[in-house]
Design a protein around this ligand. Structure first.
Ligand SMILES: Nc1ncnc2c1ncn2[C@@H]1O[C@H](COP(=O)(O)OP(=O)(O)OP(=O)(O)O)[C@@H](O)[C@H]1O
Length: 282
């Protein structure tokens, strides 16, 4: 059973602080609905093709892990899902990438709006050099018109959801950079969910953390999928098997196979997957 803080719904009078999808938990539904559709997707850096004709459906309210050896294109794909590669001048792509009805790759898509729907958490926690409160309030101040009391309510809701409220509630106006690495990463998750995303992208979110903080973030990821669709890049096979529902294995810019995590780990269809998950290369 989830702790109270994780089951509370968002403050009712706020503008879209909760996920903007249908909020349906996949465990109530026999067939997972697709949240992100990727079809015939190719991506390049200049003339170098980093992703080849990749098609994948990412189910709603599940954790999907991207695994594969270094340089196989996991981060490239993740970064296209919220157009982070727009800032890389040589990066270009073609194919289909949709979040529900939103065409992620279309030039006409409002990237600021899209990034509200698709939040990102990075390898190294990257709080702003501001207070804990101001980190979480940053997005809502930019996107929502809230009264002070509403903003305070939303900051508390987000910090509770990210399972860090109890540790920071007495020092909300202290610098975020004074928190431990694990607390900073949970703060970054709170900052990401404060604007009401549907999807959380996580690029090796635990790689800079100690084992105890890693377990805390893994528990959090698993619980957050009740409300968000999560896509996580990880090099840690135990982590993928502990906290993902679906796993996609990439090799040299291609998707080798994807499916329920148990199947990919215990009865993979492809020999390359079997070799990788058993640690024979990588
Ligand atoms: N900004 C860039 N400019 C040029 N090439 C890039 C750039 N970013 C990534 N690449 C190349 O694209 C390929 C895929 O890289 P990517 O970072 O997506 O792999 P990855 O699977 O996430 O690797 P890792 O697990 O090491 O993070 C690699 O060959 C990489 O060198």
């Amino acid at each position: 059973m989830l702790p109270t803080s994780m089951t509370e719904s968002a403050p009712s009078n706020l503008t879209n602080p909760a996920p903007q999808g249908n909020g349906q938990n996949v465990s109530d539904s026999p067939v997972a609905e697709t949240c992100i559709e990727i079809a015939n997707f190719d991506a390049w850096y200049g003339a170098f093709q980093a992703i080849h004709n990749l098609s994948l459906e990412i189910p709603r309210n599940q954790v999907t892990a991207f695994i594969g050896p270094s340089g196989c294109g996991k981060s490239t794909l993740l970064r296209w899902i919220n157009r982070m590669n727009d800032i890389v001048p040589t990066a270009h792509s073609k194919g289909i990438m949709r979040l529900d009805d939103l065409d992620i790759l279309a030039k006409s898509t409002d990237v600021v709006h899209m990034r509200r729907l698709v939040g990102m958490v990075f390898q190294k926690p990257n709080p702003f050099p501001k207070s804990i409160f101001d980190n979480v309030a940053f997005g809502p101040r930019l996107h929502m018109k809230l009264r002070r009391s509403e903003l305070e309510e939303l900051v508390e809701w987000s910090l509770r959801k990210a399972a860090v409220w109890d540790e920071v509630k007495d020092r909300l106006h202290a610098p975020a950079l004074g928190l431990s690495g694990g607390q900073q990463q949970r703060l970054c998750i709170a900052r990401a969910i404060a604007v009401g995303p549907e999807v959380l992208l996580m690029d090796e979110p635990c790689s800079a953390l100690d084992p105890a903080s890693t377990l805390a973030i893994e528990d959090l990821i698993y619980e957050l999928r009740e409300q968000y669709t999560i896509v996580m890049v990880t090099h840690n096979m135990q982590q993928a098997s502990r906290c993902s529902d679906q796993t996609a294995f990439f090799f040299e810019g291609q998707l080798v196979e994807s499916g329920p995590t148990d199947d990919v780990f215990t009865k993979p269809k492809e020999k390359r997957t079997d070799d990788y998950v058993r640690g024979r290369f990588g």
